[in-house]
Design a protein around this ligand. Sequence first.
Ligand SMILES: Nc1ncnc2c1ncn2[C@@H]1O[C@H](COP(=O)(O)OP(=O)(O)OP(=O)(O)O)[C@@H](O)[C@H]1O
Length: 466
Amino acid sequence: MTDSLKDYQQVRGLAIQSLFEIIEQSSEGTVIVDRDATIVWMNERYARRFGLKSADQAIGQPCEQVISNSLLRQVVRNDQPILLDIQDTPKGPLVVMRLPIHNDAGAVIGAIGFALFDELRNLSPLIERYLSLQQELASTRSLLRSRQSKYNFAHFIGTSAASLEVKRRARRSASAESPVLLLGETGTGKELLAQAIHGASTRAHKAFVSINSAAIPADLLEAEFFGTAPGAFTGADRKGRPGKFQIAQGGTLFLDEIGDMPLPLQSKLLRVLQEKEFEPVGSNEMLHSDVRVIAATSMDLEAAIKRGEFRADLYYRLNVLPIQVPPLRERLDDIPALSEAILEELRSQHELDQDALTLLAQHAWPGNIRELRNVLERAALLSDDLVLDAREIRAAIGTFTPVARNPLPAVEGESFSAARERFDRQVIGAALGASGGNVVEAARRLGLGRSTLYKKMVALGISESQ
Ligand SMILES: Nc1ncnc2c1ncn2[C@@H]1O[C@H](COP(=O)(O)OP(=O)(O)OP(=O)(O)O)[C@@H](O)[C@H]1O
């Protein structure tokens, strides 16, 4: 018994010695700190890994000064080893082991850290796994960042009454959960607004995903929306693929050109909006959906319903918070600020002279803000001068479409005051007509005080019912 115990003590002693030697020899580095976590010894190889010329430079330094994320201080303080850990260093990750050092009385007097490199071949799968997990994490993070919205309300430039109203409604819709329907011509900023709504909502930290029904062939749309189940297809899609609804889970799904959605898909979309669940293509399983939908269209959906091309029930479901985004020609006051913001965004040094701005306010902008951007970009590229003039803008516009102004036809020999009276009569008559004869409403439309409008009407002999 005593003999075998002696044996044991001897074997233990040898084991401790061998263990230390093997680890010391196969380690990438060894560092020893004292009770204050000040480095008292470091091997040369380890010093070089941290950019030091020699280990002498490390002696006397707090351990974190040399190894920025060192945990040796913690080991000394807690008197607890950290047996296996991964430490990032400027030259790649290391597997490290940190142990407290005790004196004969069992008190902590310091700590030792071994950095094990991949000479210990059986650790390399661990490092590879760690690296691949890190890569996966980085790419997931960057994917999420790229899916988060790029724009907020400050990006929607415009202080005209029409723009302010659009922004007011959009801001309000951000705090709701119901679908939003953005109506407006191409290039008016519908997607920008959708992103801003998402960014101001409680879903902002989740994905903003957009899908354009007009840009994807009809037979692929269902899989794009709802994904495919594993085994539903052969070849590349065998494993199954997530659809936009899955990718947007917890976030916002922007359905652009909703008017172009085929009827069978409209029924499926309606079901997701109502039941909050959907079925991937080729699957029998229902998946729960937590997605806020923002839809947009440049199409007259009511006309499409009459033609039988759009489901009325889907329209009512989507039309909870409609926002009409006016075309640029109805908010020409925004052009100077928009132009400045666009030129700035293009990092262009160019400015516009007064005639150029006047000309910009005379074009009807069928392509709206996207067209304005293209015109300014083209003009800035082609001009040598930093001040863009009307001639250069005119050349960049290409096909000029003047804004319709319903000009009054001139009457031969008519005096100025007669022409002016005719003009006043027409403008007031039109405002009254549009307001159903309501003078207060007509005055508001014309930007006149009610009594001023009354006086003008009396002077012109216009009655209220007109
Ligand atoms: N009010 C605005 N202020 C600044 N930039 C704007 C504004 N509105 C639109 N833009 C810019 O104009 C371009 C077109 O806008 P966006 O894509 O949002 O329009 P859209 O209505 O969704 O168009 P489409 O229907 O063709 O998809 C984008 O570059 C956008 O940033």
